[in-house]
Write a protein that binds this ligand. Structure first.
Ligand SMILES: Cc1ncc(COP(=O)(O)O)c(C=O)c1O
Length: 422
């Protein structure tokens, strides 16, 4: 079964130019696994190679290679600050969002007292659940839940208002579900938290590659994001106001600096990969040109800042992906044996579905045989899979659209699903 997606492709976004930036797409694989990790553009690969080739040394020295490493770190902090709307001194790097969340849960929870509570969401990836659950257990603090409503799997502000109270110390919530794509209305939820003096931790890992991010507007005291979900290397960052970071005292070596943000970064940073982080942010900022000029305000004679470019570039990405996703959902809806999970009004282009008569693993294996990459399983959405009663049955199949996905990729998945035996 083939749709006419190729001819219906959204206009204004030159997808063949975008795809040409990614060497791995030449393999012929339809990479619909972007929610698990994206492919890497040549500019990022070269930035990492160039960093090594140029000579890297440990930071803080007087000689050129050391200064080069320091400059790379400073550049990457600025880049991530631009990406999410923070400031460079508030950008903490680490190996993964999971590691960073554990890293922060320890100092954040030192002030929690028995009788306090923390509010978590069953929509979230386990990386934004278990570190807080375990910290809460240690502190003798109650865990309360934001429950996704069914069948849409959206979070309700009214329900948040019932669980957030004067003893709430932290509200941890995702900016987008990594399986069903739900994008909760963050601002009212974070406003409730701030109204009672609680901190907010927003897991931005899945949201960041799909939309312009604004940590201030979203009310995120802490915002976590992993660069390998947006075409960068396997490095993650937590962004917070430097003043807030100054209040937290993580375990660290006596000999290492107590400066902010460095005191949260254990040991030596991956300098070459951080050069790749900057290149990945520049990549994300580049689509306003590829999109054929997305309208934005230009003051004659004033250079456009990367933050401004990111806003319009990511808006172009969002529009492209959302058109393609509508076509994917439409194709899935035409298949009587396919059941999609969740239907949030505001969502990323990520579909979670089952196919009657086939386990999720059978479906993803059939896709793999056709060189189509999709995931099966709970995808670490542990609480949600449990809530839906599908955690022990292989959960579901996940297909995600990212900015290098094209209509042909979507067609190929639909073809696989259409040809599964009855
Ligand atoms: C929404 C979300 N949060 C957190 C994580 C964990 O990120 P990391 O692999 O960097 O620990 C992921 C990874 O899939 C994710 O999708």
């Amino acid at each position: 079964m083939t749709t006419d997606l190729a001819t219906d492709a959204p206009t204004g976004f030159d997808i063949s130019r975008v795809r040409a930036l990614f060497p791995a797409l030449g393999s012929g694989t339809a990479f619909l696994d972007g929610a698990a990790g994206t492919q890497t553009p040549r500019s990022v690969i070269e930035a990492i190679g160039d960093a090594y080739a140029g000579g890297l040394s440990n930071g803080g020295g007087h000689f050129t290679a050391s200064k080069r490493s320091d400059a790379i770190v400073a550049g990457a902090r600025q880049a991530v600050a631009d990406l999410v709307g923070g400031v460079p001194d508030g950008v903490v790097f680490g190996p993964s969002t999971t590691a960073l969340t554990y890293r922060f849960a320890a100092p954040i929870s030192t002030v929690w007292q028995p009788g306090d509570n923390v509010v978590l969401s069953r929509l979230d990836h386990d990386a934004d659940v278990r570190p807080w659950v375990q910290a809460a257990e240690r502190a003798g603090v109650v865990v309360r839940w934001l429950e996704p409503s069914r069948p849409s799997l959206e979070l309700q502000v009214e329900q948040a208002a019932l669980v957030i109270d004067s003893r709430t110390r932290l509200v941890a919530v995702t900016a987008a579900s990594n399986v069903v794509g739900t994008r909760p209305d963050l601002s009212p939820i974070t406003a409730l938290a701030h109204g009672v003096g609680a901190l907010t931790w927003v897991d931005g890992v899945h949201a960041t590659p799909h939309t312009p991010v604004d940590v201030v507007r979203w009310g995120a005291d802490f915002y976590a994001t992993s660069a390998y979900k947006w075409c960068g290397p396997h490095v993650a960052a937590v962004v917070a106001a430097p003043m807030l970071l100054h209040r937290l005292h993580p375990d660290k070596l006596a000999s290492s600096t107590d400066a902010v943000p460095n005191r949260f970064e254990l040991g030596t940073l991956p300098f070459a990969d951080l050069a790749g982080v900057t290149a990945a942010v520049d990549h994300l900022a580049s689509f306003e040109d590829l999109a054929g000029g997305v309208p934005r305000e230009v003051v004659p004679g004033v250079p456009v800042l990367r933050r401004e470019k990111l806003r319009s570039s990511m808006a172009a990405v969002e529009a492209y992906e959302s058109d393609l996703f509508a076509q994917l959902l439409d194709g899935l809806a035409r298949m009587p044996r396919v059941r999609t999970i969740g239907s949030a009004t505001s969502r990323t282009p990520t579909a979670w579905f089952t196919v009657a008569g086939h386990t999720p693993a059978e479906v993803s294996a059939a896709a793999a045989a056709a060189d189509v990459a999709v995931w099966d399983g709970h995808n670490y959405a542990w609480e949600l899979a449990g809530l839906l009663g599908i955690r022990d049955s292989g959960s579901a199949v996940r297909a995600s659209v990212v900015h290098y996905t094209d209509a042909g990729d979507v067609d190929r998945l639909l073809d696989v699903l259409g040809s599964l035996p009855h």
